[in-house]
Design a protein around this ligand. Sequence first.
Ligand code: BTN
Length: 325
Amino acid sequence: MGDLLRRILEEHQGQFVSGREIGSRLGMSRAAVWKRVQSLRRRGFGIEGARGAGYRLIASPDVIEEADLISRLARPSFWKSILLLPVTDSTNRRAAELAEKGAPHGTVVCADAQTAGRGRFGRRWESPPGLNLYVSLLLRPPMEPLLAPQLTLVTAIALAKAAESASGIPADLKWPNDLYLGDRKAAGILAEMSADQDRLRHVVIGAGLNVNADLADFPEELRKTATSLRLQAGRSFRRVEVLAFFLDAFAECFDEFLSGGFAALYPEWKRRSFLDGRRVVFRYRDKDIEGTVMGVDENGALLFRRLGSQHTERLHSGEIISFAR
Ligand code: BTN
């Protein structure tokens, strides 16, 4: 009920809406409306009340609440369990713990802040509170472990779709797991799996998306290369909205992937693959190799041509550490 009142106030975009109108939409008295307003205020909403005019919303806390999130999902049934935490060490770690305890396929773990956010290759992922999205998806897909790395690319496509739906800005993808906006990194993905020899037990896919961070919120060494949706669009975003876009896009991409393989999503990758034709440095096991990105194939492997070579290699792991801007 509190969320319906909030929706009504949000619909009026900072304009007054009368107690009578709210009461008739919620089917309650004006005194009961006042009580609901008080309860929203206690949750951090700034609501101005004026005799004769009614109520208007002047500030909302950017908190993700489960009922609000679920009400925004077009495909809520895909997600079996949603855990929203104020703070945790790492949502990937938390999701892996839940997996060991038998949590189902389609479990979401999202935190407002992380104290030990993990990036690829043992790096740290900066995770300050109140600004960005840190979310991990626990999946138990019926497939061989060999195909699991393709899930990173599937997730990157879903993240790109979500960023685009929220901001209207085209997103670019850097193989295998980075989302770029205007030549700067706005998001990364860390997939961790647990498998027997030929059976995937579970996969945890963690995504960190910079939503409202300012340059000053990044550590000094990232300020020349990192960005956020807000920095690119020039306005703030409700994180719950971006998260809902992501969960819906993921559910759709995942189903396409299960029925048609990565090939079904290949065009979605290809049109966002922004390093094609560019000179890069590729790092594989501490070895740096110069060359040109030729694209990505229909299995999700990177097509790479070493400097001076006419032969295109298919690379399945490693990282592009720098590229010509
Ligand atoms: C990278 O680009 O290096 C990958 C970054 C992945 C960060 C996300 S934030 C949510 C999830 N929990 C973690 O500890 N890491 C991932």
